[in-house]
Write a protein that binds this ligand. Sequence first.
Ligand SMILES: Cc1cc2nc3c(=O)[nH]c(=O)nc-3n(C[C@H](O)[C@H](O)[C@H](O)COP(=O)(O)OP(=O)(O)OC[C@H]3O[C@@H](n4cnc5c(N)ncnc54)[C@H](O)[C@@H]3O)c2cc1C
Length: 388
Amino acid sequence: MSNATEIDVLIIGAGPAGLSTALHLVQADPSWAGRILLVDKAVHPREKLCGGGITRLGMPLLRGLGVSLKTPYVPVREVRMVYRHLVFAIRDEPVFWVVRRDEFDHHLARTAARRGVPLQEGQAVLDVRPAADGVEVATTAGEYRARVVVAADGSRSTVRQKLDWPGSVRMARLLEVLTPESDHLPEFQQGRAVFDFSPMADGLQGYCWDFPSLVRGQATMNRGVFDSRIRPERRRAGLKEILQERMAARQRRLADYPLKGHPIHLFDPQAVFARPRVLLAGDAAGTDPLLGEGISFALAYGQAAAAEIVHAFAQNDFSFTGYKARLLAHPVLSQLRVRAWLARMAYRFESPGMIGMLWRLAPWMVAALARYNPACVPVQQPRLVRVG
Ligand SMILES: Cc1cc2nc3c(=O)[nH]c(=O)nc-3n(C[C@H](O)[C@H](O)[C@H](O)COP(=O)(O)OP(=O)(O)OC[C@H]3O[C@@H](n4cnc5c(N)ncnc54)[C@H](O)[C@@H]3O)c2cc1C
């Protein structure tokens, strides 16, 4: 690698995790802009399969970075939590915001560029090798020797694969369709989203979602199915059949819309999150096994990774042995541990009777969680309302 470009910090992946890492570094000290490089295989605005729901966990992180939601969004004021005929609603002003990821990530990337962060797009990382005093990275456009690498390259992280990262990887399965709708629907007029857990009785370890969103100004429902698979020993649910049935109940044929799927790498508190000179962030590190929320957590990973990098350069110690403790102590990321535990509890049941019994308790459990661990229920003052 004699022609390799030398760089202090190479951030691989310009999604919310990589961009948040860069933004937090230049916020800590603007001179970092001259010491870091972000590379991404795609070019913003790039497609990213995602419901686009950003909760209150992420908003303070955006505010802290001086980033406002400048892209179009739909505020969700009521979330309906459904299990068959048992429905309760969580209300807030709003409960969460629905963005389009191509627009949101593009906005973050432009903000980073305005703050001096160099971003090389259309450049895929092909290989990553540990080297003396650094890490060698080969991309489609050239080679780098970095003192530190941040792997923010998503659930199927190339960096993890190339470095033979220790530990097993658990993936949630997700399918998503977009259906154009009239903006007169209550989902748009009242800002209503649905999390429907009824297919848990068919083996789904998750839920189906309906989020109102705006695709290039057109009211569009973002619909999908999330299967956590946190209990891999249980039988697999048929995701396509579940979504098909759900669309039919809404007088839609699944076959009429492009169906897309993507996995989510699940957070595991026992996992390894760093090795000397390499940090994992965002989906590459693992995210929420309960609901599949990842945008806010990716922003938080970026904050933790930036703090770890500043510390490493100050101490001239790149072992990153303290990174995991930093992640687990982070006010937002510590929720991943709670959610992993809740997911293992919630998705153990398959019998409709047991799930129904649990569901009757769910509003009280949500209220109790909101009281004792407000960060776990990212709603200002949740107003739980029984519906139907
Ligand atoms: C169907 C679906 C619905 C979801 N809905 C929600 C939701 O409503 N709310 C929510 O909070 N979360 C949701 N998530 C999760 C959320 O999308 C992720 O958690 C989030 O995108 C993680 O951000 P990230 O920056 O870690 O990774 P990503 O956003 O995946 O970004 C990774 C970046 O790395 C780049 N990259 C990958 N490989 C390479 C390579 N070899 N070289 C260079 N660059 C590379 C990619 O181009 C990409 O830009 C959903 C996920 C799915 C699949």
